[in-house]
Design a protein around this ligand. Structure first.
Ligand code: ADP
Ligand code: MG
Length: 291
C-alpha cells in the first residue's frame, strides 16, 4: 500500500519546502507523487512548469500536481456528475444545470480532494505520496468535512428508506452506499497509511499552532511523525549585533517551549538557510537534515 506523508502548519512556515525536499528524497528509492492542496500553491513555480492541470513528471521517479479548486471540480464532474444527475432527474424535473448547483455547495471541492488522494493511493503507481497541505485551518476543515460527510450519508440512508417510493427507475441507496464506502475508505486511509509532519518556525504563534494541530490530528486518528522547527538562526551569526542576539534569544525561548511540550515526538531542527529554494539550491541541505 502507498504511504502518505503530509506536511501541515501555519502559512509560510516551510511546508512546501519540506514537502519538495521529502519528495525528492523518496524519489531516490521509488516512484513518488507530490500533491499540493494549498490554493496558493507554489509547486508550479518551483518546478518551473504548470502543474495545475494534471499530474506531470517533474524529476526522475517524481510526479507532481497542484489540486486547484477548478481541477478538483472538473475531476468531480467526470466522476460523479452523471450518477447524480440520473438519480435527481428520476424524481425532480431538473436539467443538467442541477450539477452546477450541486458543484457550488460548500465542501464539495474539499471532499473531492481527499477522494483524489485515495484514488492516487489505490492506483498502486506510487510508493509514497507527499502531501503539501494548505495552512492549518483549511486542512483541518477538510478533515472535518470528511467526517461530517460520513455521518451525513449515514443519515441519508435512513431518510431514503422513508421516501424510497418516490424513486421508480433508479436506486439512490446504491449511490449513497457507494459514497459511504468511499468516505469510509478515505477515513481509513488517513488513519492507517498517513503520517504527518508538523512544521513551525521558532515564533510564538507557529509553535502554539503546531501543538494545537498535533492535538487535532490525534482526534482525526492521523499519526504524527514529529515536528520540524524551521528557520532557526545559527548562534554563530547572531553573536555580533544586539539585534540578532535578541532575535536568537527569542527563537531559543520558542524552541524551548516546543521541546518542552512535544511529548515523545521528535523535533527536527532546520536552520535558516542561504541560497534559493531550488532543486539544486538549499533543498539538498534540508534532505540531509530530515533523513
Ligand atoms: N530553512 C529555510 N531557510 C531559508 N528560507 C526558507 C527556509 N524554509 C523555507 N524558506 C523560505 O520561506 C518561504 C516560505 O516557505 P514555504 O515552504 O513556501 O512555506 P509554506 O508552504 O508553509 O507556506 C519560501 O520563500 C521559502 O523559500
Ligand atoms: Mg506552501
Amino acid at each position: 500500500m502507498t504511504k502518505i506523508e503530509m506536511f501541515t502548519g501555519k502559512g509560510g512556515v516551510g511546508k512546501t519546502t519540506m514537502s519538495v525536499a521529502s519528495a525528492l528524497y523518496y524519489a531516490q528509492t521509488g516512484p513518488t507523487l507530490l500533491i499540493s492542496t494549498d490554493p496558493s500553491g507554489s509547486l508550479s513555480k518551483i518546478f518551473n512548469c504548470p502543474l495545475d492541470q494534471s499530474v506531470v513528471p517533474v524529476a526522475v521517479n517524481l510526479d507532481a500536481v497542484e489540486l486547484t479548486r477548478k481541477l478538483v471540480l472538473d475531476l468531480w464532474r467526470d466522476k460523479f456528475a452523471d450518477e447524480i444527475y440520473t438519480v435527481l432527474s428520476s424524481f425532480l424535473p431538473v436539467g443538467r444545470e442541477i450539477i452546477d448547483y450541486i458543484e457550488g455547495a460548500p465542501g464539495i471541492d474539499e471532499e473531492f480532494m481527499l477522494d483524489y488522494l485515495l484514488t492516487m493511493a489505490q492506483s498502486g503507481d506510487y510508493e509514497t505520496i507527499v502531501w503539501d497541505t494548505a495552512p492549518t485551518v483549511t486542512t483541518l476543515n477538510l478533515l472535518f468535512i470528511q467526517q461530517l460527510f460520513y455521518s451525513h450519508l449515514t443519515q441519508a440512508q435512513k431518510v431514503y428508506m422513508r421516501v424510497k417510493s418516490v424513486f421508480n427507475k433508479v436506486d439512490p441507496l446504491a449511490l449513497i452506499d457507494k459514497w459511504l464506502k468511499l468516505t469510509a475508505k478515505i477515513i481509513e486511509l488517513l488513519s492507517n497509511d498517513t503520517r504527518a509532519w508538523i512544521v513551525a518556525n521558532p515564533e510564538p504563534l507557529p509553535v502554539e499552532q503546531a501543538l494545537d494541530i498535533a492535538g487535532s490530528l490525534a482526534d482525526f486518528n492521523i499519526g504524527v511523525n514529529g515536528f520540524i522547527l524551521n528557520k532557526l538562526l545559527p548562534s554563530a551569526v547572531c553573536e555580533q549585533h544586539p539585534f540578532w542576539r535578541e532575535k536568537y534569544r527569542a527563537q531559543q525561548e520558542c524552541r524551548g517551549d516546543l521541546l518542552h511540550a512535544c511529548g515523545n515526538l521528535p523535533v527536527k531542527e532546520v536552520p535558516e538557510l542561504s541560497g534559493r529554494m531550488e532543486v539544486d539550491g538549499f533543498l539538498g541541505e534540508v534532505v540531509k537534515i530530515l533523513y
